[in-house]
Write a protein that binds this ligand. Structure first.
Ligand SMILES: N[C@@H](CCC(=O)N[C@@H](CS)C(=O)NCC(=O)O)C(=O)O
Length: 345
């Protein structure tokens, strides 16, 4: 698979190192890289298992870009040709007409030798990959795609708060988003201990901050919350066990557990989360660290829907905007892949 976080290749005897996105063209309002923002032109290819792709999935929902930017959901289990569209009829993405995401990479650069990763933005007319730069992708959805945002879309990267958002995100990336991977794929005790300690050190620092304020920066949801959420929502399901980040479970930290439940219950966050894809991907694909491929039954998901009582902290989730409507029917996460209420839904 030659992947960035693939359990079989990413951790040899060297420290885990995340490979850089190779294609970093940007889709912008002025089209300066040759890729102008245009409704219906691009396809966002994701795996619901992947935390980096999930950032884009959430941003797209919050900003109401579903009609303008369609989405392909890959099978959570890659094969030796990487991400594939085996969830679709005939195993082909119905819009791009391809069976493997690598076909879009190859169209962009023939015999592309690097890893194939999600999220990926693909130009529908040419079938070519435009970018797999997940760090820039969500910032561009927030700031370059504004002409196509829904009415009431929040400002996820407000100009006045960018320095603070960038600072928080840099620490969260290093210690938390990527820290869990460094712990999980560590090939030595010392490397593991350093990464695992870093994860909890950062979470310990974030806890008093999030005890005082509802969101990470300012009083509304921003890009910083999206990036922390995508790791926290996976924490007890995969990082605690599979990646050995087990000083405590998120559900044992009253503040962070309430924070992540608050976001989970906010339209555009929890409705993108597929716990089945998350668990099967990590436990079945990383055979280097889970050779049996056995997927654990727990944890119990019912807690995700319990009251979080964070409204008392103030804050306006969408600022002057409004929450997004429900996810398009075709993109609804199956009921047995998410927590359900006792009444059934
Ligand atoms: N590789 C990307 C980050 C995105 C990423 O690592 N995605 C993972 C899934 S969570 C992926 O697609 N890995 C390739 C694979 O597993 O085949 C980068 O660092 O620029």
């Amino acid at each position: 698979m030659g992947s960035a976080d693939d359990g079989n290749s990413a951790y040899g005897h060297k420290a885990f190192k995340r490979s850089k996105s190779h294609f970093a063209d940007r889709v912008t309002a002025d089209g300066r890289d040759g890729w102008p923002v245009e409704a219906g032109r691009y396809r966002l290819v994701v795996s619901r298992a992947c935390p980096w792709a999930s950032r884009a999935v959430i941003s797209r929902r919050l900003l109401g870009l579903e009609d303008a930017l369609s989405m392909a959901i890959a099978d959570p289990i890659q094969d030796d040709r990487s991400w594939r569209f085996t969830l679709d009829p005939d195993g082909r993405d119905p819009v791009l007409g391809i069976r493997y995401l690598s076909e879009a990479y190859d169209k962009r650069e023939s015999d592309y030798p690097g890893g194939v990763s999600v999220p990926a933005l693909v130009d529908i007319p040419s079938g070519k990959l435009v970018t797999n730069d997940y760090q820039q992708l969500t910032l561009d959805l927030a700031t370059e795609w504004t002409a196509l945002h829904r009415e009431g879309a929040p400002d996820l990267y407000p100009r006045a708060l960018r320095d603070e958002i960038d600072t928080v995100m840099a620490d969260v990336y290093e210690d938390v988003n990527n820290g869990v991977y460094r712990a999980g794929f560590a090939s030595g005790q010392e490397e593991y201990e350093e990464a695992c300690a870093g994860v909890f050190h950062r979470l310990d620092l974030l806890t008093p901050r999030l005890a005082r304020q509802r969101y990470l920066v300012g009083d509304t949801i921003t890009e910083a919350d999206i990036r922390l959420f995508t790791t926290l929502v996976r924490f007890d399901a995969v990082y605690h066990g599979h990646f050995k980040c087990n000083r405590w479970k998120l559900a044992e930290n009253e503040v962070l557990w309430a924070y992540v439940r608050d976001l989970y219950q906010t339209p555009g966050f929890g409705d993108t989360v597929d716990f089945d894809h998350i668990k099967r991907h990590y436990y079945q694909v990383h055979t280097g660290i889970n050779p049996t491929g056995i997927v654990p039954l727990g944890p119990d998901l019912a807690g995700w829907l319990t009251p979080h009582h964070r409204e008392g902290l103030g804050g306006r989730p969408f600022g002057d905007g409004t929450p997004p409507g429900p996810a398009p029917t075709a993109e609804t996460v199956p009921a047995h892949h998410r927590p359900t209420t006792d009444q059934g839904d």
